[in-house]
Ligand binder design. Structure first.
Ligand code: BGC
Length: 462
């Protein structure tokens, strides 16, 4: 295909998809497994018993799908409850299976990024108080040490903890995820321990593999005050600080300052970031709500005038990814990976424009010389969406999954993403072919008259 205009990405840019163990593997026995046994916790009481059957072996066919989309990277996570089903009992078979998985990625020319904690905990750890337990950071680090010792020859890009603030707000403030608490005191204890856990894991990984690159994945919300803005600016700022800045700032300064509690200095957490993961999904409006003491009198609303997601999902405004990258870079001066971006979209009507705009936002950032190193789309395939279970409204996959038959079907977006990855960029022709509605806004030029015709000089007679 001839190319008339191209948003080109740097050589070696990583293109891939992201997944998480509990959401795709099946056969997991962890705190989420137990949580799903309680009626009413999950949409239709669905469990992740099968999920996408990766543990039963389907990861190979799905890695083939990723490779067929010209992905040169894949983000997966490791299930702590498999590696250490009982305290200090290590399952060598499980470690071997993860070796196989990483090898399978290498065999397909894909670089792995491995997340060590993506929302789930072993039962014994949860029973001791989970991340509130004073030994939590040290226990997490022992597991990390075991995993990285066993796998560092196959992976040098590690993500310690996925979205600590989502984990904490859902599990300890809203009570919607395990352990189902509603206590800001508990929430900040957990954040402090996750900071310690991240930092101790960072040091452990560097001791084993000094060249490894270690970061964590931050969930960034595009936050605006609800109307009237003058009234709601303060809660909007509080939520922005708590969700978007607090964790990273603590790692940069060594000081953890919760929004409504005493600031504490935490030992050895400073300078424990080689890179930062940006995960961006939604725009939300934040305001005061006197009827919500449990959530600090703060209310989250859907924005108006933009497409919005199902349930309480906010606005789908992909070009705001640029702002998130910019803010994160200015705050940290670290390399950035887009470790997740995606959209709940069973009919695949939003996903293509979403992809186009998200990737353009990333390209703009790259061209501001912000060091964005890779892009991982959420997700390769539909999967177990936590409290939403298999509710089709929360289908995130480039591949649709029929969870009864386990049959995967590529959505049209999969072809679009494949073309982008193959080209290492986004061209006017790709936009024309896949999302013509965006041609005018993304590549507004382009009439054939603009072509420069070059006439070779007439050869002079001798
Ligand atoms: C999480 C994923 C989740 C996705 C879509 C992210 O916050 O890391 O596990 O499935 O959002 O909700």
């Amino acid at each position: 295909m001839p190319i008339s205009a191209l948003m080109q990405f740097p050589r070696n840019f990583l293109w891939g998809c992201a997944t998480a163990s509990h959401q795709v593997e099946g056969q997991t026995t962890n705190d989420w497994w137990r949580w799903a046994q309680q009626p009413g916790r999950i949409h239709n009481n669905a469990t992740a018993a099968r999920a996408c059957e990766w543990w039963a072996g389907r990861y190979t066919e799905d890695f083939d799908r990723a490779a067929s989309m010209h992905n040169n990277a894949q983000r997966i996570s490791i299930e702590w409850s498999r590696i250490e089903p009982e305290p200090d009992q290590w399952d060598e078979y499980a470690i071997g299976r993860y070796r196989d998985m990483l090898q399978a990625l290498h065999d397909r020319g894909m670089k792995p990024m491995v997340t060590l904690h993506h929302f789930t905990n072993p039962l014994w750890f949860a029973d001791q108080g989970g991340w509130e337990w004073e030994q939590a950071p040290e226990r997490f680090t022992r597991y990390v040490h075991k995993v990285v010792t066993a796998l560092h020859d196959l992976c040098d890009l590690w993500c310690t903890i996925n979205e600590p603030l989502v984990y904490v707000t859902q599990g300890y403030i809203f009570g919607k995820w395990p352990p189902g608490k509603r206590s800001t005191g508990a929430a900040w204890r957990v954040v402090a321990n996750m900071l310690r856990g991240h930092a101790a894991a960072y040091h452990a990984i560097k001791a084993i593999a000094p060249a490894a690159q270690v970061g964590f994945a931050a969930h960034l919300l595009d936050i605006h005050p609800s109307a009237p803005a003058w009234l709601n600016r303060t809660p909007a700022r509080t939520v922005d600080y708590t969700m978007n800045q607090m964790f990273t700032r603590a790692l940069l300064t060594g000081r953890f300052a919760p929004p409504n509690g005493r600031a504490v200095r935490l030992e050895k957490i400073r300078d424990t970031l080689d890179w930062v993961g940006v995960q961006y999904y939604q725009q939300v409006n934040i305001g005061f709500d006197l009827s919500k003491p449990a959530s600090l009198f703060i209310n989250q609303r859907k924005p108006t005038g933009v497409p919005v997601g199902p349930g309480s999902w906010g606005g789908i405004v992909p070009d705001r990814l640029f702002k998130q990258i910019e803010r994160m870079y200015r705050a940290t001066r670290k390399p950035i990976y887009i470790t997740e971006a995606g959209v709940p979209d069973p009919t695949d009507t939003l996903r293509m424009p979403y992809l186009a705009e998200t990737i353009r936002a990333t390209w703009r950032a790259v061209n501001f010389n912000y060091p964005v190193r890779g892009f991982f789309f959420w997700s390769l395939l539909d999967n177990y969406e936590w409290a939403e279970g298999y509710d089709p409204a929360y289908s995130f996959g480039l591949y649709q999954v029929d969870f009864e038959t386990q049959i995967r079907t590529a959505r049209p977006s999969a072809t679009f993403y494949a073309d982008i990855c193959a080209l290492n960029g986004l061209s006017a022709e790709l936009i024309n072919a896949h999302v013509p509605a965006l041609s005018e806004s993304m590549f507004p030029g382009g009439s054939p008259e603009q072509e420069v015709r070059w006439k070779p000089p007439l050869s002079t007679k001798r």
